[in-house]
Write a protein that binds this ligand. Structure first.
Ligand code: IMP
Ligand code: MG
Length: 331
């Protein structure tokens, strides 16, 4: 029997700190299973455990806390990258026998990766991990399944049960339906898509939406013009926040939080909990701005937080908890 499902989802363009929330929730021992529902090694999760930094791309962050970690049927997996990630986790002392892959997860081939690198990376700013070509093969029903490629020991063959945490990848504005096509990824990033793992939607209890107190974009999007990289104060914010892609090493474009879009993504995800990360970085910068219809200025972080909270409470009745986080390790 499935007791309940909680979902952690990105509310922006990815890189919101979902891995940290998943790791924090798992550290409290509340889950039997952590599962990814979409994407592949295009994702990059940074997690701090006892002040040590770990980076993963495809393996769910529950693995850092000894929780069974499943890569769902909506994900895509490049075997070589998967094995090297397993090696990395083993070298760091984590129990990798807990990692399982759905038999219907699709395999990213080297051809998918070359096509992505040669045809899409420059045009769309993809991560070059073969994501779009792999999902294209899946939709064309010519794809290769994990069950036909991976050793049996990696294949998930149990029934889904107990307390489940679903770990999102990317964010609302990269969703293939809700994002600004074609500047999107090829999977569904909204929390309802977590049901593709194999549970009814009614089992979802909490939806943890995740954002930062400023916006970032890795890769192309006309809403993040290149000149943002040259604005000194935004550059300073990027440096303080170490805004470089975990997967690509690219410098992310940084801009002030777009509160109108955040309200919209809270509404479409039905988030019950909101975590706004990296408030410490904004405090370090000492300049407090956001867009809400127009550019707004605040005297300090508490005034800015109060403003955000007031407008979210007014517009997003499903949100019952708002957490402003200033720590890389805990929520
Ligand atoms: P793709 O998913 O590699 O096809 O890339 C499509 C777009 O999504 C590009 O703009 C990428 O930079 C962006 N993207 C994909 N995965 C992530 C992620 O995990 N974090 C942030 N951006 C991502
Ligand atoms: Mg990331």
């Amino acid at each position: 029997m499935i007791d309940y499902v909680d979902v952690v989802a990105g509310l922006c363009w990815g890189d919101e700190g979902k891995g940290k929330i998943v790791s924090h929730l798992c550290s409290q021992g509340n889950y039997d299973i952590v599962a990814r529902w979409g994407g592949g090694s295009n994702a990059g999760h940074t997690v701090f455990i006892d002040k040590k930094k770990y980076k993963t791309h495809i393996i769910p962050s529950g693995i850092f806390h000894g929780v069974k970690s499943i890569i769902g049927p909506g994900c895509v997996l490049h075997p070589e990258s998967f094995f090297s990630e397993i090696q990395y986790l083993e070298d760091n002392g984590f129990d990798t026998s807990l990692i399982k892959v759905s038999p219907y997860c699709h395999i990213v081939t080297d051809d998918h990766i070359s096509f992505d690198k040669n045809n899409l990376a420059a045009k769309l700013g993809t991560t070059g991990k073969g994501i779009a070509p792999c999902y294209a093969s899946k939709a064309a029903r010519t794809g290769i399944l994990a069950k036909d490629v991976l050793e049996e020991k990696f294949i998930w063959d149990e029934k889904l049960k107990g307390k489940i945490l679903c770990e999102g990848a990317q964010g609302v504005w990269l969703d293939i339906n809700q994002g600004l096509y074609p500047y999107v990824t090829s999977s569904e990033t909204l929390p309802h898509a977590a049901c593709s793992i194999g549970f009814p939607i009614q089992k979802i209890r909490n939806i943890w939406g995740c954002a930062k107190i400023y916006d970032t974009k890795s890769g192309k999007d006309p809403r993040f013009p290149k000149d943002l990289l040259d604005v000194p104060v935004l550059k300073a914010l990027a440096d303080l926040g170490e805004e470089f892609g975990v997967t690509t090493g690219r410098r992310r474009k940084v801009n002030w939080l777009n509160l109108d879009l955040l309200i919209k993504s809270l509404q479409i995800t039905g988030s019950t909990h909101l975590v706004i990360n990296k408030c410490d970085i904004m405090e370090e910068l000492g300049i407090f701005k956001l867009f809400h219809k127009e550019l707004m200025f605040f005297v300090d972080i508490s005034q800015m937080k109060a403003y955000i909270e007031e407008h979210i409470r007014r517009n997003c009745p499903l949100v019952n908890k708002i957490i402003f986080s200033s720590s890389p390790e805990v929520v």
